[in-house]
Ligand binder design. Structure first.
Ligand SMILES: Cc1ncc(COP(=O)(O)O)c(C=O)c1O
Length: 353
C-alpha cells in the first residue's frame, strides 16, 4: 500500500514547476536566457542555457549504479537536500514528527526543526555497541510518526542495522511511516544496499551520496530512491534546475568505468587503513574503547577527550568531538596512509606527555 496518504495534503496537491521546454536542435527563445555563450570552463553544454529541470541522463546513470529504475530516484544537492525534502514532504509543522535513534547524523534533527516538525529520539547504548533497537523504535511510534530515519552504517557510531531488523521496522510501519535508510557509508561495510527492497516496501526510502566512497563531497550530489509516486512528490518540491550544469557534467564523468575503478580501490585502501588505525589506536593507555565500524570513520572513548582534541589540533590534525552523551568520545575519519601515520605520531607524543 502506498504511503502517499501520509504526505502533507498541500504537497499531494502540488504540481511540479512548469519549466520552459528544452528540445535539441531548436532555437530557444522561451526561457529568457542570454544568447552569449561563455568560454569559461570546458563544459559539454552551454552555460548560457538553464540546465535540465531534472538531469535525466545522470538520473538514469545513478539509478543503474544503485540498482533501481530511473523513476524511482531523485538526484539531489548532496543527500542533505534529500533529508530536507523528505521532512518537508511528510511532516506538517507543529503536528508531525520524525523518529530517529541517537546518536545519529545531526541533519535529521536540524531539518526537522526548520520545518517545525517534532523530533523523537531513541537512545542507543554504548555498551551494546550502539545497536539500533527496533522494538524501542516501534514502541516510540504514534500516529504522528511520519518519517523514521535510520542510518546504516550509522554516523557517528559506525554501527550497521541488520537487514532482519530493518524488515521488521518496514513491516510494522508499512502504511504508517516512511522509513528512510541513510546509506551514506554503505560502500565501506559488509551489508548490501537495501535499494533492492524498494519494490516490496512502498514505505522505504534510501539515501545515497557521492560525497564519501566516490570522493565528490565538493560537487554536492546525492540521491533519494523510493516508490515512484513519492519520488514524484519529492521532485515537485525540489527547486527547478537544482543541479547546475558543471555539477551534472562532473558527476557524469565521475561515473565513468575508469573513475569507478579508482573509487573502488580508494574504498579498499580506506578499509585496510581503518583496521590498521583501529588496532594501533586501541594500544594507547588513554584509549579505553574502540567501537567496531563499517564506515570510513570510527569512534573511540578516551580518558580526556578535550585534551586529546586540543593536542591534535595544536599539531594540525583535526578530529571530531561531539560533547553531550559522547563527551568522552572522539570520531576519527580514516585518512590517507600518510595522514594516518601523522595522526599516530601525534598521538605517540600525546601518550608521552
Ligand atoms: C549519515 C550521513 N548522511 C548524509 C550526509 C550528507 O552527505 P551529503 O549531503 O554530502 O551527501 C552525511 C554527511 O556527513 C552523513 O554523515
Amino acid at each position: 500500500m502506498s504511503i502517499v496518504s501520509l504526505v502533507r495534503p498541500e504537497i499531494q496537491a502540488l504540481r511540479a514547476y512548469d519549466a520552459a521546454e528544452q528540445l535539441d536542435d531548436t532555437i530557444r527563445l522561451n526561457a529568457n536566457e542570454s544568447p552569449q555563450i561563455s568560454s569559461i570552463g570546458n563544459f559539454r553544454r552551454p552555460l548560457n542555457r538553464y540546465p535540465e529541470v531534472r538531469p535525466q541522463r545522470l538520473q538514469a546513470a545513478l539509478a543503474g549504479r544503485f540498482g533501481c529504475s530511473s523513476d524511482q530516484i531523485l538526484v539531489t544537492r548532496g543527500s542533505s537536500e534529500a533529508i530536507d525534502l523528505i521532512i518537508r514532504t511528510f511532516c506538517r509543522s507543529g503536528e508531525d514528527h520524525i523518529l530517529t535513534p541517537t546518536p545519529a547524523f545531526s541533519m535529521y534533527r536540524h531539518y526537522a526543526i526548520i520545518q517545525g516538525a517534532g523530533v523523537v529520539e531513541v537512545q542507543t547504548v554504548a555498551e551494546c555497541d550502539f545497536a539500533i533497537d527496533v522494538d524501542a523504535l516501534l514502541a516510540a511510534c504514534d500516529a504522528h510518526t511520519k518519517v523514521i530515519f535510520v542510518c546504516s552504517p550509522n554516523n557517528p557510531t559506525g554501527t550497521p542495522l541488520p537487514r532482519a531488523d530493518l524488515l521488521r521496522l518496514l513491516d510494522q510501519r508499512r502504511s504508517q511511516s516512511a522509513v528512510v535508510v541513510d546509506e551514506a557509508y554503505i560502500e565501506f561495510g559488509d551489508e548490501q544496499s537495501v535499494i533492492e527492497l524498494l519494490n516490496s516496501y512502498p514505505n522505504l526510502l534510501v539515501l545515497r551520496t557521492l560525497s564519501k566512497a566516490l570522493g565528490f563531497a565538493g560537487v554536492r550530489c546525492g540521491a533519494v530512491a523510493g516508490a515512484q509516486e513519492i519520488i514524484a512528490l519529492l521532485s515537485a518540491i525540489q527547486a527547478p534546475y537544482a543541479l547546475a550544469t558543471p555539477v551534472v557534467e562532473c558527476v557524469e564523468d565521475a561515473l565513468n568505468d575508469d573513475q569507478l575503478i579508482i573509487a573502488a580501490n580508494a574504498v579498499k585502501q580506506v578499509i585496510a587503513e581503518r583496521s590498521r588505525l583501529m588496532s594501533a589506536i586501541s594500544n594507547y593507555d588513554f584509549v579505553s574503547k574502540v567501537w567496531p565500524s563499517e564506515a570510513n570513520f570510527f569512534l573511540i572513548r578516551v580518558d580526556d577527550a578535550v585534551a586529546m582534541m586540543n593536542h591534535c589540533k595544536a599539531h594540525k590534525v583535526l578530529l571530531r568531538h561531539f560533547g553531550g552523551e559522547l563527551a568522552d568520545c572522539i570520531r576519527i575519519t580514516v585518512g590517507s596512509q600518510s595522514d594516518n601515520d601523522t595522526l599516530l605520531s601525534v598521538l605517540n607524543r600525546f601518550a608521552k606527555d
